[in-house]
Design a protein around this ligand. Sequence first.
Ligand code: CA
Length: 227
Amino acid sequence: MSNVLLIEDDAAIRTSLTRGLRDRGHAVSSAPTALDGLRLAVEERPDLVVLDLGLPDMDGLDLLRMLRAVSRVPVIVATARDGDAEMVRLLDAGADDYVVKPFSATQLDARIRAVLRRVAGENRADSSVTVGGLRIDPRTREATLDGTPLDLSPREFDLLHYLAARPGEVVTKRELLTHVWQIPYGGADKTVDVHLSWLRRKLGETSQEPRYLQTVRGVGVRLAAPA
Ligand code: CA
């Protein structure tokens, strides 16, 4: 099952696609405006966004660019126009795929599954990650900072790899508990805080003077190359 965010202003289309996708096993949330959609995309961290280009409050392509600035979430664009030029325009703006209106829930579901399969392949856990002077190789489980090996516990390594694979993205403690600790429900934020502080120390930085690990108060943490 995947969490799909549907950004579509037409209430009838929104209702029928939501039902159609739920029937096909997806969890669906929806937003009728670009700004609501952007907010939900950040707050709910869906697995995939279906974005209608014709929204009342903002051009869909502008929204796509804003979304791309804060998230790598796969996006399927729903457009009324067809043709090579339109396709190139959408893919250049960061869309992963597109569907031409009108389309059925069956067709959209097939596109969603194809995009998610492709993204899963690209995100395969064995690819090494470089962020600034940090290099993390999950195959050898070695991490280096400016060429110097870091002495990390297995959990610290997993935490660093998870964050580094999402450079610049704010990751919540809930997400870390789910994916790094494999605790889908419950678990204590404190656990994450403690490991983050250990990791921070091994990276040679402090929360007062962060370099790679930036705390976003009340939300989570972000790993990014120092400015
Ligand atoms: Ca529309």
